[in-house]
Design a protein around this ligand. Structure first.
Ligand SMILES: N[C@@H](CCC(=O)N[C@@H](CS)C(=O)NCC(=O)O)C(=O)O
Length: 205
């Protein structure tokens, strides 16, 4: 059995949607970040990183969205969520790495500036860069990473639930999505998928 540790509306949406898409047997355990539950000893014992998502598997805990998504895809091969050619796999990995290491971090400067600087002035300066940084990331995704209708082309993949987070991060930061028609169409298409609607309801969205 798999257990997904998640917070409502967080980036745990991505693996949560993928679990639904592949028809996995899984349980969920809510970790309300807003109440500081991710900093409680009970959760730190499970995930010392104090972040969600985390996926408990029969072999142990997996953290980091790209690793969790890949694990779900690899353990449900019939759902064909991870491409099978070296180049296409590299493209999928490149997009997931970009979302994890660059885009999510750019968004985190909105509310988590204290991670990088103590002074209110420095945190404010970082916050002021979030919209332009997210727009720049969206431009790279739109022009360089994204095919249509899905992230990798005709085949829905593990990248799509992760990509679904980008318009959400942009909206929270007040960044305009209208310059990015492929991303906007992707978001609309995601919102029509039963798995996405099921998970959104669990997250109260
Ligand atoms: N690189 C991690 C990032 C995880 C992360 O930052 N999650 C956020 C929620 S979206 C979190 O747990 N934030 C709590 C905090 O920053 O204290 C991943 O891809 O899983």
């Amino acid at each position: 059995m798999l257990t997904l540790y998640y917070a409502k509306g967080s980036s745990a949406l991505a693996p949560h949607i993928l679990l639904e898409e592949v028809g996995a047997q899984y349980a969920v355990h809510e970790v309300p970040i807003a109440k500081g539950a991710h900093q409680e000893p009970e959760y730190l014992e499970i995930n010392p990183k104090a972040r969600v998502p985390a996926l408990m598997t029969p072999d142990g805990l997996i953290t980091e969205n790209p690793a969790i998504l890949t694990y779900i895809a690899d353990t449900h091969p019939r759902a064909e969520m991870f491409p099978d050619t070296p180049f296409a796999r590299a493209e999928a990995n490149a997009l997931c790495a970009y979302l994890c290491g660059t885009v999510h971090v750019a968004f985190a400067h909105l509310q988590r500036g204290a991670r990088w600087a103590d002074s209110a002035e420095a945190q404010g300066a970082m916050k002021a860069k979030v919209v332009s940084n997210l727009q720049a990331c969206a431009r790279i995704i739109e022009d360089r990473h994204m095919k249509s209708p899905w992230a990798l082309g005709d085949q829905f993949s593990l990248c799509d639930p992760y990509l679904f987070l980008v318009p959400r991060w942009m909206a929270k930061a007040g960044a305009d999505l209208s310059e990015f028609p492929k991303l906007a169409a992707h978001h609309d298409a995601m919102l029509k998928r039963p798995a996405v609607l099921t998970v959104m309801a669990v997250h109260g969205l």
